[in-house]
Design a protein around this ligand. Sequence first.
Ligand code: GLA
Length: 394
Amino acid sequence: MRCEEIYRELYGRAPESVAFCPYRIAPLGAHIDHQLGIVHGLAINRGIHIAYGRKDSGICELRSLNFSKRAQFHVANIPEEKVGDWADHCRAAAKMLGEKYPLRTGIGGVIEGSLPIGGLSSSASVIIAFLSVLAAVNGIRLEPWEVIRLAKKAENEYVGVNCGKLDQSCEVLCRKDQLLCLDCRDDSYSLIPWTGKPFGIAVFFSGLERSLAGSAYNLRQDECKAAAYDLMAFSGRSYGKFSEAVLREVPREVFDEWKGRLPEPFRKRAEHFFSEMERVRLGSEYWKAGDLEQYGRLIFESGESSVNNYECGCPELIRLYGILRETPGIYGGRFSGAGFKGCCMALVDPGRAEEILAAVEDQYLASFPELRGKYQGALCASDDGVSLAGGDGR
Ligand code: GLA
């Protein structure tokens, strides 16, 4: 690993250890985790590595191979407000962990993210990797759900993105070749083994990196809440605080009966929620049956709903999605993650992967020649979630 080499150059010795947290893809269940819907996800064999050694002074001295500025802070003295640089994710992790456990030991660390940023949930991945490192050097044993909740809180309350728990759950709970099916309302989940023919996971980077802070991610969530609130009121149901309104609390029949009264943007967001819930329900059945064609078809449909109903994406990502739909050998594909910028993912025929990567690249760069050198396609595989130092019995 490059982060290991850089650590050696900087500190003149080998790192004590290298932590790894995978990225995730979410084939179905886009943008419904924050509405307490049901989501699907897989961890992949790419992610964040941190080569580190402990610092008894409590200082965290961090470098990232993906960003230029070095960051330094004391593990027990995190600024109340985010600073505005890449290391906020690490400060956020330290702050949340420090609110539960006394932190005395810091680290010298070099962080390396595989693949460009955007769509694979590198934010949750860096937070979880850093949490696991701080826990290890401070002698704290973390349970999987504790990590998920701390990491989500770090992103919601410190970084300032109102994300749901999809990313963190995939990165912690997933197992190789098993699909995570998580109900975000009560945290019940199952890992559904794959029994069908082999498939590959391809990711296609638009060449536009993104961070959710500053995107329309939070706005879309407010629109979903507004739709939920309106539907409850139109139908004479009791409702609580606006901040707690979610579409999962609205029965499908209520939506069908009252949707005509919703302002168009709110109606479309709700349409996405209810149709995506149905795709996840059907998708679980197809996955169990090992039916890649049908599961893939649902992924394409989910992508279409993201474009037309949820209205995320940008011209580049929408074009990429269109190319995926037309490329032979692709079972299904869509924006990966939030999908404002970043990448698309697809489940592909592994025997045709090279041909698919080449065909998508040619067509995409014909539409956006200025993105040559920034665009990137890669073939990945499903993998286990993070392994937590100290052993968690998984
Ligand atoms: C981002 C968020 C997740 C989820 C996805 C969209 O990755 O962090 O919580 O909402 O977007 O499905």
